[in-house]
Ligand binder design. Structure first.
Ligand code: IPD
Ligand code: CA
Ligand code: CA
Length: 263
């Protein structure tokens, strides 16, 4: 199977898991919430959606391993690994706020070569594969052409359980407040990156994220003509727990602003 076919199968799997999540969203009872840590929630919905994805993707590419948020399968393989967040935006989901997604990337060695972010309640399926462009529901995606931070909409996220750098982070937010068109905190890092790919915002940045939060979004931004980096010089934005995704034009301005405060 080539990358295009793999991505088509991935779309089908993500939509199947998404349909299950959408159905459960209608009747979800907060009594089902379990706490993995302070403000870090999970439920049977995350777990069952992940089981569905693993079951489907095992058939699609039997030689691939898995990195999964809920630990359904932790078998790693050398060449291919699926990187799965079955429900990105669990806090939104449990509160009935309709911004959450299914996010799956395919990693070949250490690079993401395909990905799908499925916006469950909007029924928006964002997908991309290396060299093939990025799409949403069949429509080609292109990052925005805005070149000035002053005209940029900035999306970020606040880590729920890592407060050691909170003060620096607030300083960064304060600076962006004065220099940009404004902030959004949507609550699903995967959707945040997909929206940058779709040109709905100029940039997204966050720290303390996990590979499964960003894997699919990385390839979406790259294939839509944007840029992805860490805050500093490294290039391990998949595992390195800090990421900036942008339309490319404002990337340096975003990096410079963050680095005024980020030591
Ligand atoms: C979370 C979301 C959120 C981000 C958190 C993530 P989850 O993922 O992506 O936007 O700010 O850091 O943990 O827990 O809903 O899968
Ligand atoms: Ca997540
Ligand atoms: Ca999750």
């Amino acid at each position: 199977m080539n990358l295009q076919q793999l991505t088509q199968e991935l779309n089908i799997a993500a939509k199947r898991a998404g349909a299950f999540i959408r159905q459960e969203a209608e009747t979800f009872d907060r009594a089902h919430i379990e706490m993995k840590g302070f403000a870090n929630m999970v439920s049977y919905v995350d777990k069952q959606a992940e089981e569905m994805l693993v079951e489907d993707l095992r058939k699609v590419l039997p030689e691939a391993g898995f990195i999964t948020e809920e630990g359904t399968d932790t078998t790693r393989q050398e060449r291919y690994n699926w990187v799965i967040d079955p429900l990105d935006g669990t806090s939104n989901f449990t509160h009935g706020l309709p911004l959450f997604s299914v996010s799956v990337g395919l990693m070949e060695y250490n690079e993401i070569v395909a990905g799908v972010v499925y916006g469950v309640m909007q029924d928006e399926c964002f997908w991309a594969y290396k060299g093939g462009g990025a799409y949403c529901n069949g429509k080609r995606l292109q990052v925005s052409d805005i070149t000035e931070l002053g005209q940029s909409l900035v999306i970020t996220g606040f880590p729920y359980y890592e407060e050691t750098r909170a003060k620096q982070y607030l300083e960064i937010l304060h600076a962006f407040m004065a220099r940009s068109h404004g902030f959004r905190r949507l609550g699903s890092a995967a959707l945040d990156l997909a929206y940058v790919a779709a040109g709905r915002a100029e940039t997204f940045f966050e720290y303390n994220l996990q590979p499964y939060d960003v894997a699919a979004g990385i390839i979406l931004v790259q294939e839509a003509g944007g840029q992805v980096s860490m805050f500093g010089d490294g290039d391990d934005f998949l595992f390195g727990k800090e990421i900036i995704g942008s339309n490319g034009h404002v990337h340096q301005q975003i990096k410079d602003t963050i680095n005024e405060f980020w030591q």
